[in-house]
Design a protein around this ligand. Structure first.
Ligand SMILES: [Zn+2]
Length: 302
């Protein structure tokens, strides 16, 4: 495995130089080779996949997600340091969140094509305020918006396939990117490597979609596929199957409570995810949000 860190490189390079400014925060980008020409870059705010050239001509780079904007420069440097690296020609946004779209501005200005589901472009064209915590997101300038959107699926000329995860697992614009040569599938926040899902029902996600999205991922993948979520470690097909079971169980319990007229706090008190907490951590925030997400999809007056 090829593993290097940007911080290690900078520390080595900084020997003999003046101490860096105390205000400079350099994110640590860790690079892991998952398969020939395919690298996982972690530390930019979300997992980023980079497909580099083969060393025989085309050395342009395809990126899946771009990390947070404050880490975009560090990410670019880490991408440029990869073997057979070159200019980023294509950037996928697996959804609109800042952890995925922070390189849109710089790569859009550099002329990259930015591929996203049409719903992702629509979210990035407007200011958003989350009702859960008041967090605000400013709309993107035109150059940073996805410039190649789709509704269903597509294939790049190098064989990379992508498609819509239409179940609305995390948002209503989730997409997957499949690299058939390496048998690696990037799924953004539609699968979970670390902790509980964040169900962004304000922009279309819901707990039923979490289950549906995982089932869809199983149909795109095969038993040997490595699945790369937005956060946490790479997952196996068996991990996805286990997640279908977990979230299917929780979904059933929440729907039963909704049908009995219960609210989100009562759902939390009932502990519908308690048996998974040793492995996945406290589930209260997840259950509360997952229950709220049912309203938009299942309430009689919705
Ligand atoms: Zn997200």
């Amino acid at each position: 495995m090829f593993v290097s860190t940007r911080r290690g490189f900078l520390q080595a390079a900084a020997v003999g130089l003046a101490a860096p400014s105390a205000f400079t925060q350099t994110p640590q980008i860790t690079t892991t080779e998952l398969a020939p020409n395919l690298f996982l870059l972690s530390g930019a705010g979300a997992n980023v996949l980079a497909r580099t050239g083969t060393g025989t001509g085309d050395n342009t780079v395809v990126l899946v997600d771009g990390g947070l904007a404050q880490n975009a420069a560090a990410l670019t440097q880490a991408v440029m340091a990869l073997p057979n690296s070159g200019p980023v020609r294509t950037l996928f946004n697996t959804h609109w969140h800042p952890e995925q779209t922070g390189s849109n501005q710089s790569l859009g200005m550099a002329g990259a094509s930015i591929i996203a589901h049409e719903n992702t472009r629509l979210w990035l064209q407007q200011n958003i305020t989350w009702p859960y915590n008041g967090q605000k997101f400013k709309k993107f300038p035109k150059v940073a918006q996805p410039n190649k959107t789709f509704y269903d699926k597509g294939t790049l000329d190098n064989g990379i396939r992508y498609g819509y995860i239409s179940d609305a697992a995390h948002t209503d614009g989730d997409l997957y990117v499949y690299f058939p040569q390496q048998n690696i599938l990037a799924v953004g926040d539609a699968a979970y490597g670390q902790g509980w899902p964040v169900v962004d029902w304000w922009t279309g996600g819901w707990i039923g979609g979490v289950v549906g999205g995982l089932q869809r991922i199983r149909t795109v993948a095969n038993r040997e596929t490595k699945i790369v979520p937005a956060q946490g470690p790479v997952l196996s097909f068996a991990d996805i199957t286990a997640q279908v079971e977990i979230f299917g169980t929780i979904y059933d319990r929440l729907v039963q409570m909704l049908n009995k007229g219960r609210g989100p706090s009562e759902a939390v008190d009932a502990g519908p995810a308690k048996e998974y907490e040793t492995k996945m951590g406290n589930s209260d925030a997840f259950v509360h949000r997952a229950f709220e997400s049912l309203w938009a999809y299942l309430s009689p007056d919705a």
